[in-house]
Design a protein. Structure first.
Length: 319
């Protein structure tokens, strides 16, 4: 017989679901079956949960309560994807200023942001530290894939959520993330958002262009080596007070030996031709960031102290 230990519950949270912060309904026993006890890394426990979180059945075996929590969060995100999508597509001010007509749309305009806030609060909720009789429960909380402060079961789960929440082209987003890597998920998401309703031909053209850009990136990395054969780290975004310059814009500038604002102005058409597949707003944002970046780089002290990509430029100067 398995002995489950009730976790310590702070007095002010005694009626709170540990998973999502809603009022609790009953205790959840983890693991749910005595046959799974030998699969987990900590002792069997019981903790308060709301009716909805209790209802989510999890396939497979979770090795800890934290990995099980991520599955519950995933189920919540999947169920309320459209509600969460409101906050991805609108701001509160935009909804308040939007002119919705008709009973259904007017009702949406009035309640949409509240629905988003409720769903977001449940997904973002972080339960209290788990202790039993005053002793912290031992285990590793770092599971899955994190993006924009939200932890997903995996990169694929993150893709699936955004596809459902934003009505994106799933194949396009999957392929771009596969090409550029999960660390540049925001880049892939931006392209997918700008190309929601596309044909197979258009999708293939976008993918081919990104594939070419990524190959160019690899070529730069292979050529950019120190004498001791240590490869320079990949380009990273640079955040400035005026704007943020993205790695793809910096890469284009290095590749085209565009080291100052005057050169960029002469090559403006070539820049927008290279990034037209991203759509006008994104291309202009990239161009604006690059302008501020090249201006800042005219200051040698700024280059040395604040540009993490300076080694790439030094390599260019040596060639």
């Amino acid at each position: 017989m398995v002995n489950y230990s009730l976790i310590d519950v702070p007095f002010n949270l005694r009626h709170t679901c540990w998973f999502c912060g809603e009022p609790s309904y009953d205790l959840l026993s983890f693991p749910s079956s005595s046959r799974q006890v030998h699969h987990i890394f900590h002792q069997p426990i019981e903790l308060p949960a709301c009716k909805e979180c209790l209802s989510f059945s999890s396939s497979g075996v979770s090795e800890s309560i934290w990995s099980y929590r991520d599955k519950v969060k995933h189920a919540l995100m999947n169920k309320y994807a459209k509600h969460l999508g409101i906050g991805l597509q609108w701001t509160k001010e935009e909804l308040e200023e939007a002119e919705f007509h008709g009973a259904v749309l007017e009702g949406f305009g009035k309640s949409a942001w509240q629905m988003y806030e409720i769903a977001k609060a449940r997904v973002d909720y972080v339960g209290w530290e788990l202790c039993v009789d005053g002793s912290p429960l031992e285990g590793d909380e770092s599971y899955g894939f994190e993006f924009n402060g939200v932890r997903y079961l995996s990169v694929q789960a993150c893709i699936d959520h955004h596809v459902k929440a934003l009505s994106l082209d799933k194949l396009l987003l999957e392929t771009i993330v596969e090409l550029v890597g999960s660390e540049r998920f925001a880049y892939g998401l931006r392209i997918a958002e700008l190309n929601r309703d596309i044909s197979n031909k258009e999708r293939n053209a976008i993918i081919d262009e990104i594939q070419k850009q990524e190959q160019d990136r690899v070529d730069i990395l292979e050529e950019s080596q120190f004498e001791n054969d240590d490869v320079i780290l990949p380009l990273v975004a640079v955040v400035m007070s005026e704007a943020t310059v993205q790695p793809e814009a910096i890469e284009w500038a290095i590749e085209h030996q565009c080291a100052d604002l005057e050169t960029l102005m002469h090559m403006e058409d070539a820049f927008f031709d290279a990034f037209e597949h991203l759509g006008g707003p994104t291309a202009f944002a990239l161009f604006d960031g690059l302008q501020w970046y090249l201006t800042a780089r005219q200051d040698p002290k700024w280059r040395e102290e604040k540009d993490p990509n300076d080694e790439f430029w030094k390599k260019l100067e040596c060639n």
